[in-house]
Every structure is written in C-alpha cells, then in structure tokens.
Design a protein around this ligand. Structure first.
Ligand code: AHR
Length: 629
C-alpha cells in the first residue's frame, strides 16, 4: 500500500528542478550539436592543416602528380582572431584540389540543401568547385566564383541527391595562380528553427522533448581548460563566427592525439547560441564561468589574486550581455546579434569542479563584486569532486559559513551507491545553501571504458535516487545527468544520455529516466509511505497545483511484478489518470540506433474514483501515475 497524505503537502519544488548539463565533451558541440561539417574550417588547429589533404591525381602511367601546393599563411589574415588561412597555388593546368573529411566523416541527408561558403581572395584562379562525395559517387556539387584580390565571403546552396554517413568535401581550383581561403564551411540549411549557424535538429529535438528546467553550459572541465590560456572565455564566443577564436578542447586527451590534437572548439556554438537554445526549449540559462583556476586534475594553474579583475569583469559583463538594456555596450551586442529582449539570466556559476582554500579566496572576490552590483543573480559554487558524497566535507564547511545561494555536487558512482543514497539529502541543513546535483550518472565500469554501459541497471538506480532529490525539494533545487551527449565515433567518456553518429541519434534509458522525471515534476512535495521498503521499492509523490494532479512515482527494483494500492488521504481522486511506465525485461537492456526505444516510456490511462486505487508495477520498472484530485 502506498499511502499518500494530501492533507499535509510539503515543500515547494523548484520549477527548474530537472535540467540538462551541456559540455563540449565527446564531440558534443563541434561534430555534434553544432552541425558544421568541415573540421578545422578556419585553419586554427595547432597543426593548421589538420583535417585537410591534397587530392593527388594519378597520371596515365600511374604516377602521382600534384598540380599545385598548399600552405598555411598568416600575412594579411581575415582578422586578428583568425590569423591563419590556406593558400592553394596552382602551377600546372589539369586540375588541382584538396579535401576535408569532416568530424570522422560528414553526414549528408539525401534531398536536403547545404550551404557551401568560404572567405576567398585570389590572384588568378576564377572559381572553387565543391564536390561532396561518398566513395566514388558525387552526391552534391556547386561552385564559388568571381573572386578579387580582397577577402570576401562567397556562398552557394548545394543540393544532396543521396544520403551518406561518411561523405567528404572535395574542393577544386579553376585557373592558375594562388587563392587564399578561410572559414570554409559546409552547413545544413535545415537546422533547428532554420537558423543559419543553427543547431542540429534531431539533437535539439531530443533536448526539447525532455522539457528541461535549465541548461547548464558550457561545461565542465572545458570551463577551466588544462591551462588558463585555454580556459573558456565567453567573450571570444560571440559575434560574427569568423571572428570567434578557436582554441583546443580540454577533452583532447593525450591518448586521443591522432597523430596531432584534433578536438578544438570553433565556438560556432557560443554563449549567444547557448542562451538561445535555453530559451527555445523553455529552460533557464545557467552559465558557469572560470574563477581564475585551470583544471585541478591537470596543471592546477591558478591566477594571482591581483589578476582576478579580468575574470570578475567577465562575469559582470556577462550579466549585461544576457540581461542589460540595448543601450548598454553588451546589451547592444546581444541586440545586434538578433535578440534585443533579455535572456532572463538568474543564476551564474563561479568555477566548475574546484576545491580548496584558493577556490574559496577567489569565490569571495567574485561574490563581493557580483552581489554588490547584481544581488538578483544567484551564485552557484562547487563542492569539489566529492564523489564519496560526504555532505560534511571540507568544501561544505566553507559553504556553510559563506552561504552561497547554491552548491553544485557531482557524483559518478556505482549503481549500488545510488540505490543506497536515496536518503542522502534527508539530513541536509534546511537553512543552508540549496543543492544542485549538477553532474551524476551511475557507472557500471570506468568512465573511459566501453564496458561502462548506458543500460537499465544504471538508469533504474538513477531513477530510484531521484525519488530522494524530489522528496527533498526544499534543499535540492536542480539536478542534471552528465555527460549529456556523445559521438559514437569520437567519445572520451561513458556513459552519456544521448548518443549520435553523423546522421542518427537516440536517447538511452538514462535519458528517458531524466525525461520522465522532468515531464512529471509537480509543484509541491507530498508525504508518501513507504519511501523505501527494503525490497526494491522506492517512491515519491508530488502535487501539481497547476493541473490539480497528484503525481506518484514508484520504482520496482526487482525481477517480480507487484500489485498494490494507492491510498489517498486529504483529497479524493476522480477521472482519467495517466500512467507512464518505463521498464525493461532485465537490467542489461539498452537502446541503440537500431532499437532507439527499446527502453522508453509507454503511456496509458486508467479511470480512478474516490476509493483506493489499484495499481501494478512491472518487474524492473519506473511507473508514474498522474491522478486527477
Ligand atoms: O562530465 C564530465 C566531467 O566530469 C566534467 O567536465 C567535470 O565537471 C567532471 O569531472
């Protein structure tokens, strides 16, 4: 019997309770959500020809014969943020070309249009012909022409006749002489909301379907960088994409250098696009900024206290960029980019996974400046890696004293840890800072191992754990699974909520757990017993005061189906209840490109009346009942 006491509703649940945490890890941005198909379009990788190769024609005698040469130059570049460009010199007639293979191949959808563009400056050559090929077949083509001796952007839309998941872009120069190229781009026209420089539609749709309460961005460790020089600096990620400054991605793990680092951030997906994404999917933005500390797992490089002004100013300016009037310098830039309205920034993270006294010293400087000028902005701090989850560790001692608004905890732990920690937040101080469970995921093996699966074993443990987040809605105000996305051809970390390749994507069972919770959140905690029965049952109940529904969630962590009753006191049920079931036959169940919804919510309805409500729970299941009251 699940007894629900509607006569004594408890704490309010934050409207942004379940959200998403996006980080450019696993090629989630360039090579993923940001659908540019050309890798190293601006020739700014540390080996500037990375991704590019000459096409070597063979002569009738089988000899390889190049009719030209490629070089990377820096004289009179496109702009100061983008100092390198490609020069192609053609010294012999007969065709000279080069190609780009994209981010582990280019995904092309037959029947769709792609915008081919480049900045070009030429002395001699009259055209650049583009051919998108899949094996020996040309599946799209077009050309740019009419060049002068000055940099200028040229573009044309080309149509793909066929679908290919590993296409490449071949470029051929017509005419003798030299031609300079920069920002060479092949970009789908059909993006999310049809925006030029927009996002990959199928991936945004998966995020939108979750109805997340917030989007935390841009990371993660990439906020910190391996060194301060390669930290995330939001000001270099906005404005004209040709002016954004490409830098190495911190997730370019040493063992992944092939043979040179090839994971960089173009920042085509920059802070403006993150704010826009959050707005599009009805989520609140939560940017995290560098606090003057590089990744403590790497160099631990730390800015001097006397050098913090620049970092603090970045934070103050970001608030203006997001919320400031169009008459302010940063608000004006936002308006010029197409968004005169405020992005309604309410929260800001200071540092990612930082810890120790140096972090506290730096936080104090940020807090003093930010609270003086923007008391309306809630500040989020980190509780260090704290994976064992001791709520009374060193960082919490500091935060209890300094009382920031929200403390971000991270835990990547075994499924059993999640099952035994459903009561973790019951003992937290009700008057202390609020908690953001900012990164968590059940680990069935090490995070760099392909044995670490997105299976139902991990996902159902997370579902059980989340009953404890929800029940403690007065302490826990936000929660997000991590990492969010991974490219099957180029990942650094498992498990991940969403997997994709160049053409397809699917949500994992873990994604669907997040989605079921976010879509059934409620506005107020309601007492329910039992919370945990020692026999695999975990429960939570909330009330949705907007729709007048009682929302009961129950996890049956056992191989046996259960039948029971929901007994209400303090209110009467009547009408059609919605039942959402997420279940799998066994704990090893996974989703895949071929079976994307093997483990996915199934919705049904049942009539309910004033008496006890008979319910059933499948083996290994999460069930949600939305009961009109
Ligand atoms: O989510 C992957 C990484 O885990 C994040 O970048 C970091 O914050 C944590 O260590």
């Amino acid at each position: 019997v699940l007894s629900v006491d509607l006569a004594h509703p408890g704490a309010a649940i934050s409207p942004q309770m379940y959200g998403i945490f996006f980080e450019d890890i696993n090629f989630a941005a360039d090579g993923g959500l940001y659908p540019e198909l050309v890798k190293n379009r601006s020739f700014e990788f540390s080996e500037p020809l990375t991704g590019w190769k000459e096409i070597m024609p063979t002569t009738a005698k089988g000899m390889i014969a190049s009719h030209g040469e490629l070089a990377i130059l820096t004289e009179q570049p496109l702009n100061a943020s983008n100092p390198h460009y490609l020069e192609a010199r053609v010294h012999e007639a007969g065709g000279y070309g080069f190609y780009n293979t994209g981010f582990r191949g280019m995904g092309i959808h037959g029947g769709e249009d792609y915008r081919f563009s480049a900045y070009v400056r030429a002395k001699g050559p009259t055209a650049i012909r583009a051919e998108v090929t899949a094996g020996d077949k040309t599946i799209a083509s077009g050309k740019l022409e009419g060049f002068s001796g000055e940099w200028k952007k040229y573009e044309t839309v080309i149509h793909a006749s066929e679908t290919a998941d590993h296409a490449q872009l071949n470029l051929y120069v017509d005419g003798l002489g030299s031609v300079d190229l920069d920002m060479v781009s092949l970009f789908p026209v059909d993006t999310w909301k049809g925006r030029p420089n927009g996002l990959r539609k199928d991936l945004v749709q998966l995020l939108a379907d979750m109805h997340p309460g917030f989007v935390r961005f841009p990371g993660g460790c990439i906020v910190e960088g391996r060194q301060l020089l390669t930290r995330y600096r939001w000001k270099t990620t906005i404005g004209d994409v040709a002016q954004r400054k490409t830098i190495i991605n911190r997730w370019n793990d040493e063992f992944d250098f092939r043979p040179a680092p090839d994971y960089f951030q173009s920042f085509g997906l920059g802070f403006y696009e993150y704010f826009q994404l959050a707005e599009d999917i009805g989520a609140r933005p939560l940017p995290i900024l560098n606090c003057g500390m590089a990744c403590q797992y790497n160099t631990n490089e730390t800015a001097k206290m006397s050098e913090l002004d620049e970092y603090v100013q970045d934070a103050l300016d970001l608030i203006d960029f997001a919320n400031g009037p169009v008459t302010s310098p940063w608000g004006k830039l936002r308006a010029q980019m197409g968004h005169p309205e405020s992005f309604h920034l309410e929260m800001l993270g200071v540092g990612n996974e930082q810890w120790g006294g140096r972090y506290v010293d730096r936080y104090k400087v940020f807090a003093a400046a930010l609270k003086a000028k923007h008391p309306e902005i809630k500040l989020v701090v980190a509780a260090g890696p704290s994976p064992a989850g001791d709520p009374f560790d060193e960082m919490w001692a500091h935060w209890r004293e300094l009382h920031p608004d929200i403390v971000d905890e991270h835990y990547y732990m075994a499924p059993d840890w999640f099952l035994t920690n459903t009561t973790r937040y019951d003992k937290y101080d009700r008057n202390g800072p609020k908690v953001f469970a900012g990164e968590y995921a059940a680990q069935t093996a090490s995070t760099t191992s392909s044995d670490n699966r997105n299976n139902w074993k991990g996902a159902i443990a997370e579902a059980a754990f989340m009953t404890g987040l929800e029940r403690n809605g007065d302490v826990v105000t936000m929660a997000s699974y991590a990492p969010l996305m991974a490219n099957v051809h180029a990942w650094q970390w498992t498990p991940d909520a969403i997997w994709f390749d160049n053409l397809r994507s699917y949500g994992t069972p873990n994604y669907y757990v997040q989605s079921v919770y976010a879509n059934n959140v409620g506005t107020r905690v309601v007492p329910i017993t039992p919370l945990v029965d020692g026999d695999g049952l975990y429960t939570s109940a909330t009330l949705d005061e907007r729709t007048h529904e009682l929302i009961v969630k129950a996890i049956n962590h056992s191989a046996t189906a259960r039948a029971g009753t929901i007994k209400l006191s303090g209110a009467k049920a009547s009408g059609a209840a919605k039942v959402v079931t997420l279940a799998a036959a066994d704990l090893s169940a996974e989703n895949s490109f071929d079976q994307p919804t093997n483990v996915a919510p199934v919705v049904s309805t049942m009539e309910v009346g004033a008496g006890d409500i008979s319910v059933e729970m499948k083996p290994w299941s999460l069930t949600v009942w939305r009961i009109p009251v």
